[in-house]
Design a protein around this ligand. Structure first.
Ligand code: C2E
Ligand code: CA
Ligand code: CA
Length: 507
């Protein structure tokens, strides 16, 4: 029996000592606590994982979406567009032209409502033209849409449809307006053969659509499809932007002078200074190409300073040779927005010892009307210095002569398109006559530029126009050429009856 008892004692345990019991209870409790802790930890980790996933999801959404409109952003577009574009197609970049004006006139809150409304239309229109409806807001006023499975021609049509939907009137908090848009389109084509499909190809299409969009700003059609020549233009612009400062330093930029003559006495009374850029690779560049580029980048101030310096140096040289010739310099709108500009002019006049009344600053009509608020104090200070102010290209802009009366202006230059037309268009003769008469009523000197024919010069003189400038007298000439031209003219020395007055040149 003993062995059995012994066995049973071993199995059921003899009654345990109280100390052992306590230790076991603690162990069990510890185990339970450990298990509980493990469970809590698991649950926490799960919840944390879920939070992290949601956060990651949100971050991914934020990273790929535009907060204001809920459309994709640029990053999102690059990823999402690749799929639908895999079978070919096009990317359209849309510029909401009016947004700046809406922000300025109706305030930013309404501007945001406008953006959201446009985005809704774009999303819907995107879905209509593009099965997958991939639409994005790239920047403040710029959107992108995928047009899948279209070639160049269809892409243009699809973009036109898109434009019409965006054009329909908007009502923003009771204010109703139509909002024009411009669209640049780039269709997949042979020129992208080297670019791997996917985000990289989408980015390449976006860049080209941007180039096409920039081309809409050159005027003409509001929807433009990318052509390689547009890329060349953009590349050329970039070269001008990057090369300008160095070109000024190397003196590749220069100033030509075109004479202006009084119509009554036929004497040379001054010159207009016109910028030229002798580009070592692109050849001679004219201001109509590079001035708008410099205006767009804010580099125009550098050009104006350079031309002023050259023109005043020339005026000083002529004064030293006994010729009192006025110099006219073209001034950009940005110059008039710069409060330091009058000081710069004063300092240059001083440095070259040229009397202020020999300097005429030519402002475009649009310049004085659009930036009037900013420009007026600057104009007044320039005028107070004694400089003469002229309104250039008169007749092409919006402003009336009545508006000119409120500006401290001394001269109007009739736009050459009317003067060139005088030989053939009766209407142009009437316009020129009207400007001459009204200019005189306001006490302004009137200049006609673009005088190419002797008959036009006679007609202008008969109308009482004061001054002429044009190829008939001379084309713009480089400084040396201009001095040679001066030497060919008849000279009248001094005023009648005075020993040594200024030399008067007859052209
Ligand atoms: P603009 O001020 O109206 O200058 C007159 C332009 O008409 C010049 O062209 C001149 O060469 C041209 N022209 C003169 N006479 C005749 C003529 O009889 N017939 C024809 N068909 N054209 C004539 P250019 O030099 O190419 O200058 C173009 C424009 O570039 C200027 O127009 C002016 O607005 C701007 N520009 C020129 N130099 C400067 C500058 O230094 N700064 C700024 N901001 N703009 C400048
Ligand atoms: Ca001018
Ligand atoms: Ca002009």
């Amino acid at each position: 029996m003993t062995p059995v008892r012994a066995a049973s004692g071993a199995l059921t345990g003899t009654p345990l000592e109280p100390g052992v019991l306590a230790v076991s209870a603690v162990l069990v409790l510890l185990l339970a606590a450990a298990v509980a802790a493990l469970i809590v930890q698991r649950v926490r980790r799960r919840r944390h994982d879920a939070d992290a996933r949601a956060l990651a999801e949100r971050l991914r959404r934020d990273a790929y979406h535009d907060a204001l409109t809920g459309l994709l952003n640029r990053e999102g577009f690059l990823h999402a567009a690749a799929g639908p574009l895999a079978e070919g197609g096009a990317v359209a970049v849309v510029d909401l032209v009016l947004l700046g004006a809406v922000n300025d006139t109706l305030g930013h809150a309404r501007g945001e409502v406008f953006v959201r409304l446009a985005a809704e239309r774009l999303g819907a229109a995107g879905a209509a033209v593009a099965v997958d409806g991939v639409a994005a807001r790239l920047e403040g006023d710029t959107f992108a849409v995928v047009l899948p499975r279209v070639d160049g021609h269809d892409a243009h049509r699809a973009a036109e449809t898109l434009r019409e939907r965006l054009l329909a009137p908007y009502v923003v908090e009771g204010v109703r307006f139509e909002a024009p848009v411009v669209i640049g389109v780039a269709a997949d084509g042979p020129w992208l053969a080297d670019v791997p499909a996917g985000a990289e190809r989408t980015a390449a299409l976006l860049r080209r659509a941007d180039v096409a969009l920039a081309a809409t700003r050159d005027g003409g059609a509001p929807v433009r499809c990318y052509e390689p020549s547009m890329g060349e233009r953009a590349a050329r612009r970039l070269r001008l932007i990057r090369g300008f400062s160095a070109a000024v330093a190397r003196r590749d930029v220069r100033v030509d002078f075109q004479p202006v003559v009084s119509l009554g006495e036929r004497t040379v009374i001054g010159v207009e200074a016109l910028a030229r850029w002798d580009h070592p690779e692109l050849g001679l560049l004219l201001p109509d190409e590079f001035v708008p580029v410099l205006e767009a980048t804010g580099q125009i101030g550098e050009l104006t300073s350079f031309v002023l310096d050259e023109a005043l140096a020339a005026a000083r040289r002529w004064l030293d040779r006994g010729m009192r010739l006025s110099v006219a310099v073209n001034v950009a709108v940005a110059n008039l927005g710069n409060a330091g500009f009058p000081d710069e002019v004063a300092q240059l006049l001083d440095a070259h010892r040229v009397p202020a009344e020999l300097l005429t600053l030519e402002l475009t009509e649009s310049g004085v009307s659009s930036e009037r608020e900013v420009a007026l104090p600057v104009l007044r200070r320039l005028h107070a210095l004694g400089c003469r102010l002229a309104v250039d290209d008169f007749g092409t802009g919006q402003s009336s002569l009545a508006h000119l009366r409120r500006l401290p202006v001394d001269q109007v230059k009739i736009d050459k398109s009317f003067v060139l037309g005088m030989g053939t268009e009766y209407g142009d003769v009437a316009v020129v006559r009207a400007i001459v008469e009204m200019g005189h009523t306001l006490g302004l000197q009137v200049v006609a530029e673009g005088v190419e024919q002797a008959a036009v010069r006679v007609a202008l003189a008969e109308m009482g126009c004061d001054v002429a400038q044009g190829y008939l007298v001379s084309r713009p000439l480089p400084a040396l050429g201009f001095d040679e031209w001066l030497d060919t003219l008849d000279v009248r020395q001094g005023e009648p009856g005075t020993a040594a007055g200024p030399r008067t040149l007859i052209a």
